[in-house]
Design a protein around this ligand. Structure first.
Ligand code: UDP
Length: 236
């Protein structure tokens, strides 16, 4: 028996016979600006599944705990069931997007140190930015869990900066979500890491290899994601 548990903007989650395991299906839909801009791109789900799988394999090789189990088809993965911590964790190495707007900084300027930001996961409120005090007061996570989330986010950044640099790509910023394993309560990296959730620029030309090509009408999305996939595949 497999039931649809949740349908998001880019993925569907289904139950499996094992209560500790879910099946994720990557959709071909792309959305931006809180769902105001929408399109369907044949092949997108397959590319994001392949890219995300590659990234989770690399993170697991580096002993970062994740919800990922395995890729089971072009568009599907099995993952461990978690309770999602309702905080979106954004990690930034280079100024872009909302950081540039909010603080009046120039896009493309390297930050002297990595910035980790928290956003409260709430579609209704438009994911407002919060700090650790808000997260604790709202009981979104405990102090220990927040410390673990920051530590893991920082390790993910180290591993992914190296992976992408080896492919000639700059990891500008990205969003992570964490969950608590239904089985043990352990904090693990969850959700997806893909060009939908990262900003990735060619190191030399700053050509965009992520969803900004769709947000800003710069280039064809599947062609861009395929280029990214091929560059990651070429990395040993
Ligand atoms: N991001 C995401 N989902 C969100 C918000 C942001 O995956 O709901 C990613 C986004 O793709 C980028 C990073 O987080 O890589 C930082 O996004 P930013 O805060 O600059 O917001 P944006 O201007 O992209 O909405």
């Amino acid at each position: 028996m497999s039931e649809l548990l949740y349908e998001g903007k880019a993925k569907k989650m289904f139950t499996t016979d094992d209560p500790n395991v879910l099946r994720v299906e990557y959709k071909n839909d792309a959305t931006a600006f809180n769902g105001k801009k929408k399109a369907v791109f044949p092949g997108k789900g397959k590319l994001n599944n392949a890219i995300c799988t590659k990234i989770f394999h690399v993170l697991q090789e580096k002993n970062i705990p994740t919800h990922f189990i395995e890729k089971i088809s072009d568009t599907e993965q099995l993952v461990k069931a978690v309770d999602i911590v309702p905080i979106e964790v954004v990690v930034r190495n280079v100024v872009a997007g909302s950081l540039a707007k909010r603080l009046g900084l120039d896009e493309g300027v390297s930050l002297g140190r990595t910035i980790i930001e928290f956003y409260y996961k709430s579609d209704e409120l438009g994911d407002p930015m919060i700090n650790s005090d808000h997260a604790l007061a709202m009981k979104l996570a405990t102090e220990e869990e927040l410390a673990e989330i920051r530590r893991q986010a920082s390790r993910v950044n180290d591993v992914l900066q190296t992976l992408f640099a080896d492919a000639g790509i700059l990891l500008v910023d990205f969003k992570l979500e964490f969950g608590k394993l239904k089985s043990t309560g352990e904090i693990v990296l969850a959700d997806e890491i893909s060009p939908d959730t990262c900003r990735l620029w060619d190191i030399k030309t700053h050509e965009k290899l992520d969803k900004d090509v769709f947000r800003r009408n710069i280039a064809d999305l599947p062609e861009t994601y395929e280029k990214l996939f091929n560059r990651l595949e070429a990395v040993q």
